[in-house]
Design a binder for this molecule. Structure first.
Ligand SMILES: C[S@@+](CC[C@H](N)C(=O)[O-])C[C@H]1O[C@@H](n2cnc3c(N)ncnc32)[C@H](O)[C@@H]1O
Length: 282
């Protein structure tokens, strides 16, 4: 409520401590413009923990906080904006890639896609809905989508697969029909598509326990929160996780920077692993 605004003040030193912590844990670089956001997002936690100041809160996280407290801190500071069919041209490109793979590989083969930084699930579910509608035979393939995010709250929401009907705004009626109607103003992801997606918490600047390789990786609107060295390292690691002829899709305002060495640009914010192409040619 408005009355609670200004309940806690954030000194430059406290802001610096919070910035250092979210950077070291999640790779997220908070600009000075995010000060108000930090105050509003973290004040709720301070109140719940009955702590008097941001300094007391960081002390608490450093000295006695549980893993859950640490996770709440990260969850509060992520930005999770997303939507179904965001950047349509990526899904169009993916469709043609999957069509080609299905023509090449024996029916029933392995096909893997990773949505890294999936937020509340709209991105991996768009992949599932779009591909199953285009290629019903995919149900007979070993086809799976891995969807990961550092924020455990969005992962829980995503796994439920239930959204307000307003999420359909801007979608064609043909696309809107891909969703199941809840009758109470909600929409649901049908079981066939929901079952294709495994949601897992994963920090992109930490260890990646999965083996891969992935035929496509979506990592869109995540790197914008990282500094250049962190972005470069992550994109370099993606090239190691891609299958031959696999594609990487990134956000509309992003580029690969120093991580672009192993890739060639094949479309607007669409990259193919160059290292793998060379290996195949050799
Ligand atoms: C703006 S959303 C992008 C969602 C979706 N990819 C899209 O483009 O619509 C950014 C997501 O990146 C996640 N994120 C931020 N830092 C991360 C990290 N270190 N590891 C994994 N995910 C991270 C956030 O939790 C957030 O859900």
């Amino acid at each position: 409520m408005g009355m609670e605004q200004g309940e806690f003040s954030l000194s430059a030193g406290e802001f610096a401590r919070i910035k250092a912590r979210v950077y070291s844990v999640a790779g997220i670089s908070l600009s000075d413009a995010k000060r108000t956001l930090v105050i509003s997002r973290l004040s709720k936690i301070l109140r719940a923990l009955e702590l008097p100041s941001f300094n007391a809160y960081v002390d608490y996280l450093e000295r006695g906080g549980s893993a859950e407290d640490g996770q709440d801190f990260i969850n509060a500071l992520t930005t999770n904006l997303t939507r179904f069919y965001r950047e349509d041209h990526h899904f169009e490109h993916l469709r043609s890639h999957v069509r080609a793979l299905m023509a090449e590989r024996p029916r029933g083969s392995r096909l893997r896609i990773w949505s890294a930084g999936c937020s509340t699930g709209q991105e991996p579910y768009t992949i599932a809905l779009d591909l199953l509608a285009a290629f019903p035979d995919l149900r007979r393939w070993d086809f799976k989508i891995l969807a990961t995010d550092i924020d455990t709250a969005v992962i829980a929401k995503a796994a439920a697969g239930v959204y307000p009907e307003s999420e359909l705004a801007g979608l064609s009626s043909e696309r809107a029909r891909l969703f199941a109607k809840g009758g109470d103003g909600s929409i649901r992801i049908p079981a066939a598509e929901r079952d294709l997606v495994s949601f897992k918490p994963l920090n992109l600047i930490g260890a990646w326990p999965m083996r891969g390789p992935f035929d496509a990786i979506f990592c869109r609107n995540v790197a914008i929160y990282f500094d250049k060295p962190t972005q470069g390292e992550m994109f370099g690691r993606f090239s190691q996780m891609l299958a031959p002829e696999g594609f990487l899709y990134i956000g509309h305002s992003e580029n690969l920077g120093s991580g672009g060495e192993g890739f060639r640009l094949v479309g607007k914010t669409i990259y193919q692993s160059r290292e793998k192409l060379n290996k195949r040619a050799a």
